[in-house]
Design a protein around this ligand. Structure first.
Ligand code: ST9
Ligand code: ZN
Ligand code: ZN
Length: 337
């Protein structure tokens, strides 16, 4: 056997070992489900959610109108809250708890759970359960935000209707014992509602009023409602836009795509073709800090020893996968090395 063939074999076995990842049972099931043939039960609209979402978006538009009259410190505070709540989702619910792509010591887990309540996107156990089923059954009826049902459904519509029975059926087959065993997550679940009221709404409003005399309505609309609505939409863009448009340098056979616009607003989570191909990588992207504040955050905490065991894909494995399943027409756009 030539040395090259030996190397290829070694790399194939490495790839087989690491891709698709299945330590969390996330290996994608590629389901043949041509969209035009799918018959679904009628949608059961949850009007409470429709009303709340419409009200939130109207308040956020009013927040846009109020922006010019807010104090500069209030705007900076809003940006800080956006980043912090984003971290609660990206470094917390997503990379740590859904994918276990790195480990975190107790103080960091507590911080991430608090930041997660600031983001108010369901408690981490529920978020991670939905996300694991999303990876395993991507673009099927068992995917909570199945992008084959269109942009609107994948973006926000799925939160306004009862879930497809497949989501519940397949979701219940997943092992989430690691989530239920984490005392920090059990605590967050137990006190979820008060923690959201406090961190998502009260603290963001009280700080600007108390410390620099901002008007209370301006503070509430901008720092709580507008910021919450912005971070929700940034997150949802990963499910909608990054599942429908963008390049596919790693796997042309799947919908998730590389989308720099989404990566920018979602703090590094828009490199979705990479992420669905290598879900075990803590950076959710090939290039570590490029448009990826969440990776920088994890790396800073790793420097202080609070984050550890960060999983990364070897460059050779990524390259081999790109050659095997990537979109060859994108090769020319590859990063010059
Ligand atoms: C929000 C979440 O916005 C956003 C998540 C986005 C994910 C993005 C992922 C992208 C990648 C990461 C990128 C991060 C980027 C971040 C960027 C930051 C800058 N498995 O749910 P129920 C069963 S939340 C197994 O009520 P319905 C289970 O028995 C926004 N079983 O279903 C459950 O009971 P329990 C704020 C499951 O009645 C029971 O069914 N929140 C599963 O159909 C009932 O569950 C909202 O808007 C499963 N997966 O209602 C609330 N699912 O839980 C929205 C369910 O006790 N949610 N079961 O075990 C709801 O109101 C409802 O869930 C519903 C469905 C109406 C949507
Ligand atoms: Zn993921
Ligand atoms: Zn996805």
């Amino acid at each position: 056997m030539s040395p090259r063939a030996g190397l290829d074999e070694k790399m194939s076995s490495l790839e087989a070992e690491t891709v698709p990842v299945d330590s969390l049972g996330l290996a994608p099931i590629v389901a043949e489900q041509p969209e035009q043939e799918v018959k679904r039960p009628p949608l059961q609209i949850v009007w409470r959610n429709v009303v709340l979402m419409v009200a939130l978006h109207i308040s956020a538009i009013y927040g846009l109108y109020l922006l010019p009259q807010a104090k500069l410190k209030t705007l900076v505070w809003t940006l800080v809250l956006y980043w912090l709540s984003g971290i609660g989702i990206t470094a917390g619910a997503h990379r740590l708890w859904s994918h276990r792509s790195y480990k975190a010591k107790l103080p960091l887990r507590i911080l991430l759970a608090l930041l997660n309540s600031l983001a108010f996107q369901n408690d981490v156990i529920e978020w991670a359960r939905d996300h694991r089923v999303h990876h395993k059954y991507s673009e099927t009826d068992a995917d909570p935000h199945n992008a084959k049902r269109g942009f609107f459904f994948a973006h926000i519509g799925w939160l306004m209707v009862r879930k497809h029975s497949d989501v519940k059926k397949k979701g219940q087959q997943l092992d989430i014992s690691d989530l239920l065993d984490d005392p920090v997550l059990r605590f967050q679940r137990k006190f979820y509602l008060p923690s959201v009221v406090l961190f998502c709404f009260v603290v963001p409003t009280v700080v600007p009023v108390y410390f620099w005399g901002e008007d209370i309505i301006t503070a509430y609309i901008i720092c709580a409602l507008f910021r919450y609505c912005a971070i929700l939409n940034a997150t949802w863009l990963v499910n909608s836009l990054a599942h429908l448009w963008g390049m596919k340098p790693y796997d042309i056979r799947i919908n998730p795509s590389e989308n720099s616009l989404v990566a920018t607003v979602a703090m590094g989570e828009g490199f979705h073709n990479y992420h669905h191909t290598f879900p075990q990588d803590y950076s959710t992207a090939e290039f570590k800090w490029f448009l990826n504040f969440s990776t920088l955050f994890i790396d800073i905490f790793a420097f202080f020893g609070l984050a550890y065991d960060r999983k990364s894909m070897p460059k050779s494995v990524v390259e081999k996968r790109r050659q095997r399943t990537g979109d060859k027409s994108e090769m020319a756009l590859r990063k010059k090395e």
